[in-house]
Write a protein that binds this ligand. Structure first.
Ligand SMILES: CCCCCCCCCCCCCC(=O)SCCNC(=O)CCNC(=O)[C@H](O)C(C)(C)COP(=O)(O)OP(=O)(O)OC[C@H]1O[C@@H](n2cnc3c(N)ncnc32)[C@H](O)[C@@H]1OP(=O)(O)O
Ligand SMILES: CCCCCCCC/C=C\CCCCCCCC(=O)OC[C@@H](O)COP(=O)(O)O
Length: 287
């Protein structure tokens, strides 16, 4: 293919511009740095998923594949300088099915989740994640359970099937009972699916709390630095003998204990409040 003679000069100039512009943006614009870091986070996960897919595919769709995804993602915390400190891991029941419930601040939760993910444990995820390119396929191969949040009836019947699978195939599930990402420094009201699931299967609930990221990450402020996060595993909550009527009180009790721990371990100096800085530099606290 013949290129117009000036084209090389233009290409060279563009390349030089990129070489200077990108580092300049990185160093002088915290917002640009935030975008690069988030773009790399997603891009890197998509790339790792491409590597994981053939390895998982030869084993077929299997919860054991979650181990492969976990191993592949464990190093990401080092790339971002995030120290993940795990406490209470001894609370995981050693060999029985259970339902893990944890707070959901951002897609960075994947880091804390992979740090403590027990064997044969699969997350319940929104159906849209299935279409996230290679990551969606890798999740499917690892047995991630997808629910359609727009169809309550369907989501509930999937959860009821899961209650059976928990017992027959000895698996554990990880649910984010807030049902969506929430970075407002507190926890949204809990949806009850996870608790119905645990009561139906009569298995314990293991609550896990990840401390606030607001020290090092704030989407609204476009701030993403290195930092520290504590992942606390709480003692299992038994559900034997409980009936569907007990679910609302059970969900409230678990949420209350998680919120107490969340406030205790979140050392962001903002009281766990909203990280959004008002124009005057005042931090708005919304508990
Ligand atoms: C290398 C590559 C790696 C890639 C990454 C790998 C890792 C990937 C990690 C991915 C992480 C991804 C993370 C993510 O994607 S997080 C987003 C998806 N997860 C969730 O949404 C989970 C939490 N949601 C729920 O539990 C909801 O309740 C569901 C979804 C079930 C329905 O929600 P919906 O909003 O539609 O309705 P509602 O909550 O108002 O409920 C309506 C009524 O039904 C009752 N009800 C509920 N359930 C049951 C039940 N089972 N049996 C009997 N009844 C049940 C309920 O009590 C209520 O009644 P009442 O109480 O008002 O009378
Ligand atoms: C060819 C198509 C390419 C599509 C590219 C899509 C880019 C996605 C890239 C990487 C995927 C990273 C997987 C991270 C998983 C994080 C799970 C997560 O945090 O899901 C959000 C969900 O809990 C709640 O969602 P909402 O807050 O309700 O919203």
């Amino acid at each position: 293919m013949e290129l117009w003679p000036g084209a090389w000069t233009v290409l060279l100039l563009l390349l030089l511009l990129l070489l200077f512009l990108l580092p300049a943006l990185w160093f002088y614009s915290p917002s640009a740095k935030y975008f690069f870091k988030m773009a790399f986070y997603n891009g890197w996960i998509l790339f790792l998923a491409v590597l994981a897919i053939p390895v998982c595919a030869v084993r077929g769709r299997n919860v054991e594949n979650m181990k492969i995804l976990r191993l592949m993602l464990l190093h990401i915390k080092y790339l971002y300088g995030i120290r993940v400190e795990v406490r209470g891991a001894h609370h995981f029941p050693p060999s029985q099915p259970y339902v893990v419930v944890s707070n959901h601040q951002s897609s960075l939760d994947l880091l804390g989740m992979m740090e403590v993910l027990p064997g044969r444990c699969v997350p319940i995820a929104k159906r849209e994640l299935l279409w996230a390119g290679s990551a969606g396929l890798a999740c499917w191969l690892a047995g991630v359970i997808f629910i359609d949040r727009k169809r309550t009836g369907d989501a509930i019947s999937v959860m009821s099937e899961v209650a059976q699978t928990l017992l027959t195939q000895d698996v554990r599930v990880w649910v984010f009972p807030e049902g969506t990402r929430n970075h407002n420094g507190s926890m949204l009201p809990f949806k009850r699916g996870a608790f119905h699931l645990a009561v139906q299967a009569q298995v314990p609930i293991v609550p896990i709390v990840m401390s606030s990221y607001q020290d090092f990450y704030c989407k609204k402020e476009r701030r993403f630095t290195s930092g520290r996060c504590q992942v606390r595993v709480l003692p299992p909550v038994p559900t034997e003998g409980l009936t569907p009527d007990d679910v609302p009180a059970l969900a409230d009790r678990v949420r209350h204990s998680m919120l107490t721990i969340f406030r205790e371990i979140s050392t962001d100096g903002r009281g766990g409040g909203d990280c959004l800085k008002k124009p005057g530099g005042v931090v708005e606290a919304r508990l």
